[in-house]
Design a protein around this ligand. Structure first.
Ligand code: SF4
Length: 723
């Protein structure tokens, strides 16, 4: 019998969406092996039925004909399928040979952002790394949240002691360089963010956004202040300076634990609002009023994200955000910045961190937690000499589009001796690979979010079983990682593990087997067990955030360092920025933006998300457009030290004068990519303009924001218009 399935044949599946940080609950209806609908799960205690358009595209991801379903080997005539055992043997053999011949530093590995949304990768990449013994590790962290980790490590003693805004109770939310209405919250897992922001104002609270662009989030705010890209650290220093001089002794319940406040006050004394207003573009009286309002609120929290992380003073910015919360008594208290306590606590799973224990070969940039800044990846391959990286493994990453100077990285990847990619697609990066090993898709494996419960504004637990079985012979990410590890080293790490039971769990049950043990060792061990989590399709509410920093501090002396030496020393660089000469008269600065129907460098291959007009355009202020004789929709050529692109312009007073903005993740016009929907909307990659030489010298994070560019019309202008 054919025709539409009857409702009786329909099955309802509940799971958490793993596409972004918000971990929304989904209700997916399936019939006849096909997805009929994807809606928000109203019974999810955290997301309360909210979803965004990306969730609906899970069907497109699952059905995507471009998604790889078997290993692919590069041949003279393009990629060709290869059986799994052969592909795994070949990959391990090539990596082992290069490591044996040139040493560990010749092997590099890059992990992309999707890994943190995949518990198989989170739990099984570390043993793979141990077997690979790569001398160089990189990840998307150093084009993103590295400054958060550095501040957490130096102040609280652990890279994952990351405070998040207690959004549901705060009376004052001060946002720097973040657009949570589009990102759905970031380093702040907060599904249904719009309702949560509205609720702040409905209960009499206040929201202020500081950003060089009037963003979607400013529509939910009481006030928006334009700030010059790259100057946020000056503004934050001025806010802290005011608090320390005009509202002192406000450390509250943590006062007995905090060291360095006097040193902090002395170091920040020169940063008066008057001293920084020229560089920031924020009037001194606005800074004073902001500091007074923040201090006057019953509870308040400052929150800074990408805009303040990916800039030349990213480390200082994230430190000063924490310091502002700390010195106003808003750290680790209800309505302030709080530390989630998830059922699986990353603090017990991962290392505390570590900083500058070794440096990159060419520029001498510092490692963090064993990883080098990805801004050095291309030079480590191209100019490392005998020390150069010759083989690369990428895991769910597309650094050609997501790290600075993508064209240079393209060149470096093309010259490698060997490249292996664990990836779903032949994308702008993996097109350079010799072998691509595709894991199962997001609906074909089970999931428990290890990372984003750690950053959630409410404690919950949610396990999601797989919706579809894996395809014939398909392997999950963790199985690929284990198979490679076993071939690389005869799996010694597995054999070394204590206890036959644990080894059995790992082999037979993968991450699910580990979850039982992790819950048993977690903070809710007495009230929450594996069976409860496995049998709660909508997730389990574990309650609001509670003060916990005092007992969780990981600094060697169990105290909070308000003024770590590394940050105090870096203030010299900030002071020098105040004395810097302005850029050339025709120079603008470039920032990037995120879009609701996109996710970093992927999700442009899904028809549902790419409907409508092309979205890759350069936003520019009307005055800047007029000076360059640019009209709305006209093409402009944008040049930086690293490269140039041609894009249509959108003229809008949402931009601060002197600042232009491109969306992130486009640039699908490179040869050899197999993303047939994305290729119809190629756009231009903002990272063909960003400059690998621009980094936060303290943390090594890429300074993707505030790139000096020139913009000129690409269309010939009539003589009269040019005159
Ligand atoms: S907001 Fe994020 S987690 Fe929620 S549905 Fe959209 S992509 Fe999924």
């Amino acid at each position: 019998m054919t025709g539409e399935p009857t409702p009786a044949e329909e099955k309802v599946h509940y799971r958490a969406c793993s596409l972004c940080e918000a971990i929304c609950g989904l209700e997916i209806r399936v019939a006849g092996g096909a997805i009929r609908s994807i809606r928000g799960d109203k019974a999810d205690p955290f997301s309360r039925g909210h979803i965004c358009p990306k969730a609906v595209a899970l069907k497109d991801i699952h059905d995507d004909p471009d998604r790889l379903r078997q290993p692919m080997r590069r041949t003279a005539s393009g990629f060709a399928p290869v059986p799994w055992p052969e592909a795994l043997d070949e990959a391990a053999d090539a990596l082992r040979k290069i490591r044996g011949r040139y040493g560990r530093k010749a092997v590099a590995v890059y992990a992309g952002n999707p890994n943190v949304h995949n518990w198989g990768s989170i739990l099984f990449a570390p043993p793979f790394y141990r077997s690979l013994r790569a001398g160089r590790r990189y990840s998307a962290t150093s084009v993103d949240q590295l400054p958060h980790h550095l501040a957490a490590y130096l102040m609280f003693g652990h890279q994952f002691l990351l405070p998040v805004p207690d959004l549901d109770r705060t009376d004052f939310l001060l946002i720097f360089g973040a657009n949570p209405v589009v990102s759905n919250g970031s380093i702040m897992t907060a599904p249904d963010i719009k309702k949560r922001l509205k609720a702040i104002r409905e209960r009499g609270g206040r929201i202020v956004v500081v950003d060089p662009r009037r963003t979607e989030t400013t529509g939910f705010a009481d006030e928006h202040l334009f700030v010059r890209p790259g100057s946020d650290a000056l503004l934050l220093a001025a806010l802290v300076q005011i608090v320390l001089t005009e509202h002192p002794d406000r450390l509250g319940g943590l006062a007995d634990l905090v060291d360095g406040v006097d040193e902090l006050a002395a170091a920040l004394a020169p940063y008066t609002p008057e001293a920084v207003s020229g560089a920031t573009g924020v009037p001194a009286e606005s800074v004073r009023r902001l500091a007074d309002d923040f201090c006057g609120a019953k509870s308040a929290v400052a929150y800074g994200r990408m805009g303040v992380s990916v800039q030349a003073f990213g480390g200082l910015c994230q430190w000063l955000v924490n310091v502002l919360n700390l010195v106003t008594g808003n750290m680790d208290r209800a309505g302030g910045a709080m530390f989630p306590r998830p059922a699986v606590d990353l603090l017990s799973l991962s290392s505390r961190g570590g900083f500058a224990r070794f440096k990159s070969s060419v520029r001498g940039l510092p490692e963090f937690a064993g990883e080098l800044p990805v801004a050095t990846l291309a030079e480590d391959m191209l100019t490392g000499g005998d020390d150069a990286a010759r083989a690369l493994v990428t895991i769910a990453g597309n650094p050609v589009l997501s790290t600075p100077n993508g064209r240079k990285l393209d060149e470096a990847l093309a010259g490698l001796d060997f490249m292996l990619s664990i990836d779903l697609y032949i994308n702008e990066t993996t097109r350079h690979a010799d072998l691509i090993l595709p894991p199962t898709g997001p609906l074909e494996h089970d999931h428990y979010d290890i990372v984003f419960h750690q950053l959630a504004i409410r404690n919950t637990a949610r396990y999601s079983p797989a919706l579809f079985p894996p395809g014939d012979g398909a392997l999950h990410d963790w199985e690929i990682l284990l198979e490679l590890a076993a071939r690389l080293d005869g799996s010694p790490w597995l054999e070394r593990l204590k206890g036959r039971a644990l080894r059995w769990y790992l082999r037979r049950q993968g991450p699910t087997g580990l979850l039982e043990r992790l819950l048993r060792n977690g903070p809710y061990a007495h009230t929450l067990d594996f069976r409860q989590v496995m049998s709660a399709p909508h997730g389990i509410d574990l309650g609001g955030l509670e003060p916990s920093l005092r007992e969780r501090l990981k600094t060697p002396d169990r105290r909070i360092a308000a003024a770590p030496k590394q940050f105090i020393d870096d203030l010299d660089r900030l002071a020098a920025s105040l004395r810097a000469e302005p850029g050339a008269r025709d120079e603008l600065v470039l920032i990037s933006r995120r879009q609701p129907r996109s996710n970093n460098s992927w999700m442009h291959n899904y028809p549902r998300l790419m409907k409508g007009a092309d979205r890759c355009c350069l936003q520019i202020h009307p005055d800047d457009a007029r000076q360059r004789v640019l009209t709305d929709g006209a093409l402009a050529r944008v040049r930086s030290r690293a490269g140039e692109v041609v894009v249509p312009v959108e003229i809008t007073d949402a931009m601060m004068p002197g600042v232009v903005c491109l969306p992130h993740g486009f640039g699908h016009d490179r040869d050899g990519v197999r993303l047939r929907v994305a290729e119809k909307h190629p756009g231009a990659s903002v990272n063909d303009l960003t400059d690998e030489l621009r980094v936060d010298l303290l943390s090594g994070n890429a300074a993707l924001s505030g790139v000096p560019v020139t913009v000129e019309s690409e269309q010939p202008q009539p003589r009269a218009q040019l005159a």
